[in-house]
Ligand binder design. Structure first.
Ligand code: MG
Length: 379
């Protein structure tokens, strides 16, 4: 195994906030994975939008199927590199549980609302609050009581912390990088959503295979080779054949880039990985370029398309309305949230309530509480 010397050893885990006796045959990271799968926040992923809302097609990703794709890619990379697959899988499965309804539009709107009160909203921080506090499934402790490494991986999902930047995260070693198992989730996430959004955007008829070939040279080469290799194939078949090979190229590029970076850095074990000033899970220069070109393509042909922009504007408007409605009518909140208002600012309680909603539950609540509103008649 290429980097097995850099694997994070489960026996070196800093453990749980509330000590628990060991399990006879599941190690701590395997138990974390199982706790995440059994959490309510995990099940809610099924009814949360990834990019495309359901309705047009039954085949678009939702946040749960996206999460499974990230876990599959991340485990493949971990296994090829000789890293800890259980820690990797737990982190992949938990990486999106903090997402509010309506994907990025929802996250931006909640953030906008919180900034009115000098606060902010971030889905990684919210995920930590979910696993630390909001999930109540165990009699002996609040939350899921996950290991330090899984909580650290949540906090450092897509960026490193600066010491003192966010005092509530000071316990998560802000001066250090996370282990390789945690570093790879962010890029496995990118491979998964870039290729999935390409797939779903193609199914939605937003562009032709030739458009991708014209903007992403790596894809263009694969697509041309597929034309020679499968002369009788339909455009759809060649698109999917090429997409499959593109995912493979990106995953291979991530594995290769990481091996090269780790060797160049000369790190010898997990603690040297942590102490190294930069993240070591990286694409090769060629696949890094393909990854960036894919993002640019998707941003132009998919994310900023008229259909998705209109939907985003409508979702944001509805969320702003519901947020204000709960601030004005706290008695409309479930009793557990009303009780929290005695000790916490109302905007924080309202934000947590809305952030936990699925798209489906949001729409139902909105229709019940704000019937006849402008945005509701458009929805
Ligand atoms: Mg994701």
């Amino acid at each position: 195994m290429m980097l097995s010397g850099l694997r994070f050893p489960v026996e070196r885990s800093q453990g749980r906030r509330y000590p628990e006796p060991p399990h006879p045959y599941r190690n701590p990271f395997q138990r974390d994975r199982d706790r995440i799968i059994h959490a309510r926040a995990f099940r809610r992923l099924e009814a949360k939008t990834q990019v495309f809302t359901p309705g047009l097609s039954d085949h678009f990703r939702n946040r749960l199927t996206h999460t499974i794709e990230v876990a599959q890619i991340a485990r493949t990379v971990a296994s090829a590199l000789g890293l800890d697959e259980d820690l990797t899988e737990a982190l992949a499965l938990v990486h999106d549980v903090g997402h509010p309804p309506f994907a990025h539009a929802g996250e931006q709107e909640l953030d906008r609302q919180m900034r009115r009160f000098g606060e902010h909203f971030d889905h990684n921080q919210h995920a930590l609050r979910i696993v630390e506090t909001f999930e109540q499934r165990y009699a002996r402790f609040p939350g899921l009581n996950l290991t330090f490494e899984v909580r650290e991986g949540i906090v450092k999902h897509s960026r490193d912390l600066e010491p003192g930047q966010l005092p509530m995260f000071d316990e998560y070693l802000p001066e250090l990088r996370p282990p390789l198992e945690a570093q790879l989730i962010d890029l496995a996430d990118e491979i998964a959503y870039n290729s999935a959004d390409l797939d779903d955007g193609f199914s939605a008829g937003m562009f032709q295979a030739e458009d991708v070939a014209g903007h992403v040279p790596e894809y263009g080469e694969i697509f041309e080779a597929a034309e020679t290799q499968f002369p009788g194939a339909s455009e759809r078949e060649r698109f999917h054949e090429s997409l499959r090979q593109l995912i493979d190229a990106l995953v291979s590029g991530l594995i290769e880039g990481t091996v090269a970076a780790a060797r160049a850095a000369g790190v010898r074990d997990h603690s040297e990985v942590r102490a190294y000033p930069k993240r070591l899970v990286v694409f090769t220069p060629e696949t890094g370029a393909a990854d960036r070109q894919l993002k640019e393509f998707l941003s132009r042909f998919v994310y900023s398309s008229e259909a998705l922009s209109e939907e985003r504007a409508r979702s944001s408007a509805m969320m702003a309305e519901l947020f204000q409605f709960f601030l004005d009518h706290p008695d409309a909140l479930p009793s557990a949230y009303q009780r929290r208002m005695a000790a916490e600012p109302p905007y924080r309680v309202v934000c947590d309530y809305i952030a936990g909603m699925t798209d489906v539950f949001f729409h139902r609540t909105y229709r019940e509480l704000l019937p006849g509103s402008q945005s509701s008649t458009l929805a």
